[in-house]
Design a protein around this ligand. Structure first.
Ligand SMILES: [Ca+2]
Ligand SMILES: [Ca+2]
Ligand SMILES: [Ca+2]
Ligand SMILES: [Ca+2]
Length: 658
């Protein structure tokens, strides 16, 4: 079978059983957090950092070969992986090259199941040992699944959970990304308990998966759990559903008597704002759709609040689509032109699917629009509650183009949320405001162009909050707004080209337990825009990064020609100093030349710039310089994963509507 995988699992197992830590484990102590959590916390003006000793940038690009991946899970198996479309139908479970002859009857079990070490069986002893608690999989989405595993003990937060999974009925297992340890803590009065948590990525919809999890604490405490969960299907009408055509004269009466399973097909014309009063059922949604190819315009809000199992597709809505307190809705292929919010789900909703819409607001990308107090308004797509999937939408012209809802406005249960492959532009506060995320918010494969903050996590409640394979071009403030004492953000394979500092966070409230790998951050000369200064082109400006953060394998550059910055208390003026003084032991120095296209530095962020293609050229410091991460970059080519959002040779994702 897959000897590589067996070896990896065994090595991890042995390392854990020997009390060695295969990964970078940090102490748990998160900072005491301020209580400044509030709705739309104003952004402090980007400070002018103390002047660092800026050396002449003398760093040659480092030797890529020196970055041979030390991870235990380095291989190049063909697992279907996140955002790498090399071989989308392949996974390790079906890899013929690795399976040849390995399943002969003479073989013992080719993939020994994980088990607890002989000297570490069962619960540990408090305070530092671990006692495993309840395991759950809340609100699986179409393609990703959340794992929550409660625990007690482990006061030193060094227990680890490794994961393997497979489709039910498949013979071989795949490795998942290790869960993230979220120590008990609180921010702004919101408290959470000790847990391991994480996601399985890039699953198939409507599929049941088996999972095995092994928790090992070197202080004592081991638990092995097996479980299963099923992903949700892509919403679809009932087979052989009756189709009821309506006109502006008849639609109201038809909607009022609609039955579960009905397809109400709106013929061409102008319709007034309306509100739906009937519910569908799980296998019998009520489908409201525009006749194919016809212009069906709703002259105001289309309201499906307090409803279940309603599909809304193909409309032009001159107003909002409102779905407060809704469940299992499908909002697809609509065009929303709005002066306020776009697709608006205030109050707790659950398991909604919002895809392939074009959502256009009135906010202009201009210097005077920047920030919370800028001349901007509206949220393009706003969600509250768990399990929502927001994918392949095109959203432009809002204060926050994609957003969760703040707790003081009714935001609650913000977990298991997917924001995937959206095309987002002209957002003078946040491209995506993933604030107050409880855990497992997943911002994956989006394209952000012309944004003040690309992605806000203000705060994350322990995480993980995943930001994976996003691209940001013409970011003015910060790519990642890690404010309000956020804890547990996971930044993997993002590519950022921004004005000013490359990777910066402008708050004096420490941010803790961040985990970064394989990102590209490129900045350059900055300036003052409105009341904000974008920074003077340091490659890292994270002076309040808590020591629990784990930053490594990232690529940095600045068109200033210097390589300076600060990570926590450590300052540096060269790549060598960055590597020697911080956790970025495997950082590389990159520049705009890593991209295949000629990418202009966004020196003048206004007016809006066009999206760019940030795929790599074949030879650069970014190629093969990344760390291997199971279920994230398994399908890489060459000697290792490439830095940034796109493995070399892969097509661009479809950003926006399909
Ligand atoms: Ca422990
Ligand atoms: Ca918002
Ligand atoms: Ca915001
Ligand atoms: Ca590679």
């Amino acid at each position: 079978m897959n000897s590589f995988k067996t070896l990896r699992w065994t090595v991890v197992f042995l390392a854990l059983s020997a009390g060695c830590e295969p990964g970078s484990i940090r102490q748990a102590d998160a900072p005491a957090s301020g209580d400044d959590v509030q709705s739309e916390t104003p952004d402090v003006a980007l400070e002018s950092p103390d002047v660092l000793d800026v050396s002449t940038g003398s760093d040659a690009r480092h030797d890529v070969e020196a970055d041979a991946d030390p991870d235990l899970d380095s291989n190049s198996s063909s697992d279907s992986d996140l955002g790498v479309a090399l071989d989308p139908d392949a996974d390790a479970d079906a890899d013929p090259a690795l399976d040849v002859d390995s399943d002969s009857s003479a073989d013992p079990d080719p993939e020994p199941a994980p088990s607890c070490p002989p000297d570490n069986q069962g619960p540990g002893t408090l305070p530092n040992g671990t006692i495993a608690g309840e395991l759950s999989f809340p609100n699986p989405t179409l393609r990703n699944a959340t794992i929550l595993w409660a625990l007690s003990g482990d006061a030193n937060a060094n227990s680890e959970v490794s994961v393997r999974f497979r489709e039910q009925g498949a013979s071989a297992w795949r490795r998942g990304m290790d869960l993230r340890r979220a120590p008990a803590n609180s921010i702004g009065g919101f408290a959470w308990t000790d847990r391991h948590s994480g996601s399985l990525f890039n699953l198939a919809p409507a599929t049941r998966y088996e999972v095995e999890l092994l928790l090992v604490d070197p202080d004592g405490g081991c638990a092995l759990r097996e479980a299963s969960f099923a992903t949700r299907p892509v919403p679809a009408p009932m087979p052989a559903a009756p189709v009821k055509a309506v006109t502006p004269a008849t639609f109201s009466a038809v909607l009022a008597s609609a039955q579960p399973g009905d397809i109400v097909e709106f013929t061409a014309g102008s319709y007034p704002a309306f509100s739906m009063s009937r519910d569908g059922e799980a296998s019998k949604p009520i489908v409201l759709r525009a006749q194919a190819g016809e212009s069906v315009v709703v002259g105001g809000d289309l309201v499906v609040s307090n409803r279940k199992y309603i599909h809304v597709s193909g409309f032009t809505v001159n107003g909002r689509i409102r779905l407060n307190s809704s469940q299992a809705m499908s909002i697809t292929n609509n065009r929303v032109n709005t002066t306020g919010n776009g697709i608006d789900s205030a109050l707790r909703s659950e398991d909604n699917y919002i895809a392939d819409n074009v959502v256009i607001g009135q906010t202009v990308w201009a210097e005077s629009s920047l920030g919370f107090q800028g001349n901007n308004n509206g949220e393009g797509i706003l969600v509250s509650g768990p399990g929502h999937v927001v994918e392949h939408n095109r959203v432009s012209g809002f204060r926050d183009c994609l957003s969760t809802l703040e707790p003081n406005s009714g935001g609650v249960d913000l977990y298991s949320l997917d924001f995937i492959n959206n095309d987002v532009s002209n957002c003078p506060d946040d491209g995506v405001e993933a604030d107050y995320c409880w855990h497992n918010c997943r911002v994956i494969g989006n394209r952000f162009t012309n944004v003040f903050m690309m992605a806000s996590s203000q705060p994350g409640y322990g995480g993980p909050t995943y930001f994976i394979r996003n691209v940001g071009y013409n970011v003015v403030g910060s790519a990642f707004k890690l404010h309000n004492g956020t804890i547990g953000d996971v930044l993997l394979h993002n590519t950022i080209v921004k004005n000013g500092h490359a990777f910066n966070v402008n708050t004096e409230v420490p941010y803790a337990r961040q985990f970064t790998r394989n990102n590209v951050f490129i900045g350059g000369p900055g300036n003052t825009f409105g009341v904000y200064n974008s920074g003077d082109g340091r490659v890292i400006w994270l002076p309040h990064a808590h020591p629990s953060g784990d930053y490594d394998y990232d690529g940095f550059g600045s068109t200033t020609g210097t390589f300076t910055g600060r990570l926590g208390t450590a300052t540096f003026t060269s790549l060598a100093e960055l590597r020697s003084r911080t956790s970025e032991k495997n950082a590389v120095h990159v520049s705009l030349a890593i991209f295949a296209d000629t990418i202009a530095y966004p020196s003048a962020p206004f007016p809006e710039l066009n999206p760019v293609d940030l795929r790599l050229t074949g030879v650069s410091a970014a190629i093969d310089a990344g760390a291997s991460i199971a279920n994230i970059n398994d399908g890489f080519t060459g000697a290792g994963p490439d830095l940034g959002a796109h493995e070399f040779g892969t097509p661009l994702p479809v950003y926006g509507p399909r």
